[in-house]
Design a protein around this ligand. Structure first.
Ligand code: HEC
Length: 243
């Protein structure tokens, strides 16, 4: 008897905690202390991460008033498609007018459109950002690109890697440059990655990877190149012969 009632009590406590959590998530107890008229992205838009994981950098947005002055205490709400999680989902801007959240992408690979909304005095202002979630094969390709390709293909140097881009006489394209890479067929990508630039009458500064990377690695690289392309890659549909 004794045992049974304590189990009940525990259940009650758990239910209360869960209930509180739920209502906190749906109706944030945040009250705006000020209102801005404009919202702008500061950093953290256009990141690429793995499905179901938190993006490396937080998303930071800035709320200003009519005069372009930072507004402290304005409410900012972050919204995204189902499966995206924000921590926090609503926040007040700090003394520099900034609101910061960490984003965990959903488990489906693809582009996630995120918005940050701030209610103004008469109408609310919205800013949008797109974050990309990579599936398993795409993520594998992304890591291979970091290891083998980015030192030439990414003009930006990072702490871990100094870019070789400026030393190259012929400039390669970052893999996000959809305008160039979307025009290349999968077959062309396989050819240039396995056999190097000369396979497509391009510069030999693009080395051959046929002996370094397996066919599956090359497919993963191509999957990642297609996933990060901006503008997005549109696979060719069915092409019918003209009558
Ligand atoms: C040593 C520098 C270097 C490395 C490392 C390198 N590339 Fe390249 N890549 C180039 C250069 C230079 C070009 C441009 C060739 C041209 O346009 O004549 C190029 C071109 C390409 C192209 C054609 C599109 C473009 O950017 O013009 C693809 C696709 C490509 N590389 C894929 C890769 C992949 C995948 C890897 C890693 C497995 C890789 N590259 C590693 C130098 C490099």
């Amino acid at each position: 008897m004794m045992r049974r009632s304590s189990v009940c009590l525990m259940f009650l406590i758990l239910a209360t905690v869960a209930g509180c959590k739920h209502s906190a998530a749906t109706s944030p107890a945040l009250k705006a202390r000020a209102a801005g008229t404009a919202i702008a992205a500061s950093s953290g838009g256009q990141q690429i991460g793995e499905t179901g994981t938190a993006l490396k950098d937080p998303l930071v947005v800035q709320v200003n008033d009519d005069h372009g002055t930072a507004v402290q205490g304005a409410l900012v709400e972050f919204r995204g498609p189902a499966g995206v999680h924000f921590d926090p989902a609503a926040v007040l801007t700090d003394s520099s007018g900034q609101a910061t959240t960490t984003i965990r992408l959903g488990t489906i690979a693809g582009r996630y459109q995120i918005s940050a909304v701030t209610p103004g005095k008469s109408q609310s202002a919205t800013i949008q950002a797109v974050e990309t979630a990579l599936g398993y094969q795409q993520e594998l390709g992304y890591l291979l690109a970091e290891k083998y390709c980015d030192r030439c293909h990414d003009p930006e140097s990072s702490v871990e890697r100094v870019s070789n881009y400026d030393n190259l006489e012929v400039k390669p394209h970052p893999f996000t440059e959809g305008d160039t890479l979307n025009k290349m067929s999968d077959a062309d990508l396989v050819a240039i990655i396995q056999h190097g630039g000369p396979a497509l009458n391009r510069s030999a500064l693009m080395p051959p990877y046929g002996n370094t990377l397996s066919a599956a690695d090359v497919r993963a690289l191509i999957a990642s190149i297609r996933a990060v392309a901006d503008p997005p890659y549109q696979p060719a549909g069915t092409v019918y012969a003209r009558k």
